[in-house]
Write a protein that binds this ligand. Structure first.
Ligand SMILES: [Zn+2]
Length: 429
């Protein structure tokens, strides 16, 4: 009830501010995001407007990583602790919902490797179940768009599940059904390293893969079958981490719209992990959405001196490999982040403004209906101004500052993702 009243009130205030800001009625929805000419008092109005918009819309972060020991005393989402996302920080920052991630690292393409990856995936599903068991009153598990909307109307937070790296299914498509039954509503085919389903944007030397060589020229036959199975079930297909060649193929063969759960764009920063214009266009042509990610080195080219300094900090703290990071406590990781952030005064990381540069580029190329927002918190994400969930309002501030309208911001913060999710649900057999 309280929230509903807040919504109505905010809507009234919003309508008023929109008139004041644009000097006319808010037809707004699909107007280009041209900033209105500002007078001095407008600075205060932007602040008011950003808060009002942020309060009234539902905000979804489509990619939040968790440790295997999530929702134990060592990583308690119910207390304001060292993790970038916990329930108090979500409340503080007005982040209403997140996809929590069942991530498995890429290993050998062998029976043993697949079995190990499956076990790792189950560990993460169990961890998310613990979140629901402990805090189900505060954060509701939403396995459908309807359940998501019910949670929002009740003024609750919402938790959804995405799988990162189809490696976890091995060669057994039945495991997609099992993951779906456990709540997975999207799955990426790859992570770092080509696998049995698809080429990766970042081939892995440790697996004997050369950076210039593909394994399947995009998707494998098994990868194509996996997409058909995900379509049949109503699970969104995630192109993030796939090679751009594979991303285009995925978008073209999927019967339902696809997502990039956490990807930036090559048009602003040309790194392998970012999406090409062709991939962006293919995703949009199928009705999909690209959730632009707040990941420092995908948004802005890092200073070599900063990289060296961060590596030195890692070395000092014994964090010299991916495995070491996975084994580290949340306190240790937070300490590593604090020390790395202290380097910003000399060599600043990407900021919220850089994030919005990538969003602007994608919006200009494929339209505001096909773009969204993600953090990759817990998995390396975090930029100046959006370093944890408590700072989520800063993203909305930056979008208002660039002239995005309330309706456009609502689409970016989850409206588009929900549209895609609904279409994927509807396309299921
Ligand atoms: Zn990732």
């Amino acid at each position: 009830m309280k929230r509903k009243f807040k919504r109505v009130l905010s809507t009234v205030i919003l309508a008023f501010s929109a008139v004041v800001l644009t000097g006319g009625p808010a037809l707004a929805a699909d107007k280009p995001h041209v900033p209105p000419p500002f007078i001095e008092e407008d600075v205060a109005l932007i602040e008011d407007s950003a808060r009002q918009i942020h309060d009234v819309i539902d905000t979804i972060d489509s990619h939040v990583d968790i440790p295997p020991y999530y929702a134990t005393p060592d990583a308690d989402p119910g207390v304001r602790g060292p993790m970038q996302v916990d329930l108090p920080k979500m409340r503080e920052g007005g982040l209403d919902a997140a996809f929590f991630i069942v991530f498995v690292p890429q290993g050998d393409l062998s029976e043993e490797g697949y079995a190990e990856a499956y076990r790792a995936a189950i560990t993460k599903f169990d961890a998310i179940d613990r979140l629901s068991a402990q805090y189900g009153d505060a954060i509701v598990r939403a396995d459908t768009v309807d359940e998501f909307e019910t949670a929002m109307h009740a003024g609750k937070l919402a938790a959804m599940i995405g799988v990162e790296n189809g490696y976890a299914i091995g060669e057994n498509l039945d495991l997609i059904d099992e993951f779906y039954a456990r709540g997975a509503r999207y799955m990426s085919l790859t992570h770092g390293g080509h696998n049995q389903l698809s080429d990766s944007s970042t081939p892995r030397g440790a697996l004997g893969q050369k950076s210039t060589e593909t394994l399947h020229d995009g998707l494998s036959d098994l990868g194509r079958d996996a997409i058909a199975e995900m379509n049949r079930l109503g699970m969104m297909v995630d192109v993030s981490h796939a090679s751009n060649q594979a991303a285009v193929q995925i978008a073209q063969i999927s019967k339902a719209p696809v997502i990039a759960s956490h990807s930036a764009v090559q048009g602003v920063l040309d790194v392998a992990r970012n999406l090409s214009d062709d991939a962006l266009k293919a995703i949009a042509a199928g009705g999909g959405v690209v959730q632009v990610v707040a990941f420092d080195t995908y948004l802005k080219a890092p200073e070599p001196k900063r990289i060296a300094a961060v590596m030195a900090i890692g070395h000092e703290m014994g964090l010299t490999s991916r495995e070491a990071f996975r084994a580290a406590s949340q306190e240790t990781i937070a300490e590593f982040r604090r020390r790395s952030q202290a380097l910003d005064s000399q060599w600043p990381r990407a900021s919220v403004s850089d994030l919005v540069d990538h969003i602007d580029y994608a919006v200009d190329l494929i339209g505001v209906d096909h773009v969204g927002i993600s953090s990759d918190f817990g998995g390396g994400g975090g930029i100046i101004g959006w370093d944890d969930a408590s700072e989520t309002l800063n993203v909305t501030r930056a979008l208002v500052d660039r002239g995005y309208t309330r309706n456009q911001i609502k689409k970016l913060w989850g409206g588009n993702l929900l549209r895609v999710w609904r279409e994927v649900e509807a396309a299921a057999d």
